[in-house]
Design a protein around this ligand. Sequence first.
Ligand code: EPU
Length: 346
Amino acid sequence: MIVEQNVPLQAHNSFGIVAKARALVRVRSEADVQQLLAHGEHAAVPKFVLGGGSNIVLTGDVRPLVLKVEVMGRRLVENGSKALVVEAGAGENWHDFVAWTLDQGLPGLENLAQIPGTVGASPVQNIGAYGVELQDRFDSLDAIDLVTGRIFTLDAGQCAFGYRDSVFKHVAAKDGDFGLAGRAMILRVRFRLPKPWKPVLGYLDLVRKIQDSGVTLPTARQVFDWVCAIRGAKLPDPRVIGNAGSFFKNPTVTPEQCQDIIAREPNIVHYPMPDGSVKLAAGWLIDACGWKGKSVGNAGVYDKQALVLVNRGGATGGEVVTLARAIQTSVYERFGIRLEPEPVVV
Ligand code: EPU
């Protein structure tokens, strides 16, 4: 275990913001964490767990000790009659893992192709795309307590998944409170892929692919290729243009609130939810306020998807946050809706 000082983080956050970690430890196994905790000097200091950095905005150098997750490995754990269970180390790249499952003939994650970030970050914000959420394919995960060094396993219920939310996004103010942010590090995640495999094709963009291609019974590989093409057409590649995916969550309102907005804004994009609420497309709200293509300093709104904020080159975290606040204000003034950011501001 080596503690590195003043480590540049630009390559470790998908926004590509320039910042440093005052101190950083690469964690390749639970033993690295246990060794760290045995070290009096590092045991008590605040810690920040960094995965692929695809859901953070760095507004300055990171003062807590950064634990860079580099736990690797991928394997088939179980091949049962009703499901396959596959496991991956938290440090594995998410998209490469999804591609690997398909190469191994283990379908079920194809709708989640090309989401930036790591396997360990996937349950933190319950990633989702094109009709599938991580919680639909989740089995369990192993994590390590950053205070005691104890390893524990959580099932889906214990992860308390919500829309882009889990127990790992909440800070517990005192012992016994709900929340594991800053308290635990995810080591390995297991996914349960139902048998027989059935494609999930209900999302409008996929319906269009079926219509355009004439393929009505696609393979998992075909769905994977379609999802990659759809994402490539409207989302910027973080290796080329820094970004953190959708910057805001899609807000939900009551049917009454929705009717009130429709009366004023007949074109608003909205989806009824199973619980009776109505989800609004945040991208549409931001677009309707004229933000597409606009900038604050070097931070901008992507011109093909208004829900994505981008680094046009040399943006600071402060510029991203200022832009995000300006967007929140204009959406609130026009629609009376408060947009909630998806990434964590550090
Ligand atoms: N729209 C506009 N203008 C825009 C952007 C969107 O009018 O600038 C409209 C679109 O026409 C469409 C609707 O808004 O009718 C929804 O857009 P889209 O299908 O692109 O999906 P989204 O709701 O913007 C969500 C997820 C994405 C995920 C896609 C596909 C959230 C916050 N975002 O985006 O997830 O890939 O659905 O399932 O839920 C992420 O979380 O980082 C992410 C990329």
